[in-house]
Design a binder for this molecule. Structure first.
Ligand SMILES: Cc1cc2nc3c(=O)[nH]c(=O)nc-3n(C[C@H](O)[C@H](O)[C@H](O)COP(=O)(O)O)c2cc1C
Length: 266
């Protein structure tokens, strides 16, 4: 079947899901493409509607083995009209549990026809130089796999006569989904003297949790512990205070050293 355009959707506080989806898009190599980054609250104000002549790819990070709960509202508002869709999850080398199945189910309920799914590895949000987990990933080998996945998606589409003839694709996972999407409410970020008040942290925060008038501190009620503000701070002024998140980063770095590899399902 012929696709007129490619719609790429990503939520990507620390940029790994975005890099993966761009790799997949390079493999598909379609001339007409739109990247819709729904990381900021502002971007999530605009709903998405897609047609049967487009290919939709959605990439999200795995949070607690699940699709991040703050995306539920936006994802549930998608109006897809028989759109072939690829679901992609990016996880920090621990486990993706049922997140890929959950994302595929959500897209199917919104009117998509799943044609493929992929689980890729991205540096863990809690990873640091002292306690690295999947540091530097996706790396060149991961992106090579992402491009190969993209080529396979294109070949599959070319072999399908029409949208109503898409064969079923088997995505691993169980229902009910195992992970608990509840995130920690924790005040874990220290803002050091190096802060120049440039505002980069507040601009990139996916929940609008950072208040310039409160010394750029993060509101624990809104913070989703994504660590984007720590990773994007140009002055390296934001660090993890001792406490549960820093403990988790050390634990992850010890327990999940063994490299996991991307998987895809077509
Ligand atoms: C609150 C939270 C929960 C997470 N839960 C998991 C998890 O269950 N399994 C895992 O392997 N990685 C987990 N991660 C790590 C992210 O999935 C991973 O770092 C991903 O690459 C982040 O994508 P992004 O760069 O697009 O934001 C979690 C990260 C955060 C912030």
């Amino acid at each position: 079947m012929r696709i007129d355009s490619l719609r790429l959707v990503c939520f990507s506080p620390t940029g790994r899901s975005r890099t993966v989806i761009q790799g997949i898009a390079r493999g598909i190599d379609h001339g007409t493409m739109e990247l819709i980054d729904i990381t900021t609250p502002q971007a999530r104000k605009k709903p998405l509607e897609t047609s049967g002549n487009e290919l939709l790819i959605v990439a999200v990070p795995v949070y607690m083995g699940r699709v991040p709960a703050l995306l539920t509202e936006w994802l549930r508002a998608i109006r897809a009209h028989g759109t072939p869709a690829v679901s992609v999850v990016v996880y920090g080398n621990r486990v993706y549990e049922d997140a890929l199945l959950e994302l595929t189910d959500i897209l199917t309920r919104r009117g998509c026809r799943p044609i493929a799914g992929g689980a890729f590895i991205g540096e863990h949000s809690f990873s640091s130089a002292e306690a690295p987990t999947a540091g530097g990933r996706p790396d060149a080998a991961d992106l090579h796999r992402a491009e190969a996945f993209g080529r396979k998606i294109r070949e599959k589409l070319e072999a399908i006569p029409s949208v109503d003839r898409i064969p079923n694709v088997t995505i691993p996972g169980c229902r009910p989904y195992r992970g608990d999407p509840t995130l920690w409410t924790v005040d874990f970020i220290a803002v050091g003297d190096a802060c120049t008040r440039c505002g980069t942290c507040a601009e990139g925060c996916p929940t609008g949790a950072i208040d310039p008038d409160e010394g750029y501190s993060a509101d624990p009620e809104k913070c989703i512990t994504c660590c984007a503000c720590i990773k994007h701070c140009p002055a390296h002024a934001r660090t993890m205070r001792p406490g549960p998140v820093r403990d988790a980063s050390v634990r992850l770095s010890t327990l999940y050293r063994e490299r996991k590899e991307p998987e895809y399902f077509l």
